[in-house]
Design a protein around this ligand. Structure first.
Ligand SMILES: [Zn+2]
Length: 383
């Protein structure tokens, strides 16, 4: 857990802080009206901390100074996009959602996402749930479909070759083989967000560029300023840059700077609209990057930065959803099935990601950050 120090310079400042903190604590006791989840897809924790040390992420630091920045480890499910956002936004281990990795998945069971839970809790008309997503694949909501067997077989072979070393991956179910009019076909499950997106007020993916995601977010915040809302604003550029140029590239650093700038603009917009004091903002991350490489086969080290003053410990991906639901006033003991996550203001057993991928062949280590400016190793893996 990283706390950023404030430096009072005089007695007057100390007195001011005494009253200011008192007011803030009173405000913190009120449940928030709104929550904004800002996704930094593929942001490696060590890389982000080095950028913080160089003052390259001022908006992330400003947000954390109001609340906290804590370490988040991935302890179940693959360190990839489908498993990551599913876990962050449901609070469940993959066994409960059926979303283990980019290649082993099904639609998240209806009702399991934070969006559906708050819609049900407040009533459809009393909360806006809106998602603006940079990624096309892996944060997707395509319906179930039927494809020719040959096409399916080809896809499966490709996926198996790519994913056999990932955590959480067992036999790939991938689809049900059947016959239609004497032709062998495969019924393929829908994508993870197929069910959830049907009960949300907005689900747009494939925006690709941070600027497109950010502009849409600002417009939607304006539209919702007088309503209660839960937003998911997902920036994909660091993941794309990491795959193309490697984790130690300038391009990856620049993409994270873009995430930070947009995080700042979102906070500024909330302030301009006069709703920042009613809004909790969490910057959350699905997976990191293998040190110096251009993939994230085993990259379990990420973080959460927030203006939520109550957040007080490190945690795991599942803890984010539990925190969001608790802040909105849901009784977590009544949620079925039981959440695997624990709110980040409640004590929990320490769960750290093992240094070595538990589901993989020997030698798949999560390397610590040492040298800088190493050349990225070529990889075809995406997502
Ligand atoms: Zn990726």
């Amino acid at each position: 857990m990283t706390r950023f120090k404030k430096n009072p310079t005089s007695a007057a400042m100390a007195i001011f802080l005494y009253f200011a903190v008192g007011a803030l604590l009173a405000a913190a006791a009120q449940p928030p009206r709104n929550i904004v989840l800002i996704g930094w897809d593929g942001a490696q924790r060590d890389h982000v901390k080095e950028m913080i040390a160089r003052n390259e992420l001022p908006n992330l630091v400003a947000l954390s100074k109001e609340g906290a920045m804590v370490d988040i480890d991935v302890v179940s499910g693959a360190t990839d996009t489908k498993a990551g956002w599913t876990q962050l936004l449901t609070g469940y281990a993959p066994e409960k959602t059926g979303v283990y990795s980019n290649s082993r998945y099904q639609p998240i069971p209806a009702g399991y996402s934070v969006f559906e839970r708050v819609e049900k809790h407040f009533g459809d008309d009393n909360i806006e749930t809106r998602a603006m997503i940079g990624k096309k694949g892996h944060v997707d909501n395509d319906p179930p479909t039927t494809i020719p067997y040959e096409k399916w077989e080809k896809q499966q072979k490709k996926q198996k070759a790519l994913d056999k070393k990932k955590a959480g991956l067992g036999n790939i179910p991938g689809g049900v083989i059947t016959e239609e009019n004497g032709v062998k076909v495969v019924k393929v499950p829908g994508k993870p967000w197929y069910n959830a997106s049907q009960n949300m007020d907005l689900f747009v993916n494939g925006l690709q560029l941070n600027d497109k995601v950010g502009e849409m977010a600002l417009k939607n915040l304006e539209e919702c300023k007088d309503k209660r809302f839960l937003f998911f604003i997902h920036f994909a550029e660091p993941d794309h840059a990491g795959h193309q140029h490697g984790e130690n590239s300038q391009e990856y650093t620049d993409a994270l700077k873009s995430d930070d700038e947009w995080t700042g603009k979102i906070v500024a917009k909330l302030k301009e609209l006069g709703i920042y004091d009613k809004t909790l903002v969490y910057v959350i991350v699905d997976h990191g990057f293998n040190e110096g490489e251009s993939g994230h086969r085993y990259a379990p080290y990420v973080f959460c930065a927030t203006n939520d003053k109550a957040v007080n410990r490190n945690g795991t991906r599942e803890d984010i959803a539990a925190t969001v639901l608790k802040r909105f006033g849901l009784d977590l003991t009544k949620i079925e099935p039981k959440l695997d996550g624990i709110p980040l203001d409640e004590p929990a057993p320490e769960r750290k990601a093992p240094a070595e991928n538990p589901g993989a062949a020997p030698g798949m280590k999560a390397k610590a950050k040492k040298a800088k400016n190493k050349t990225g190793v070529a990889s075809t893996k995406k997502g």
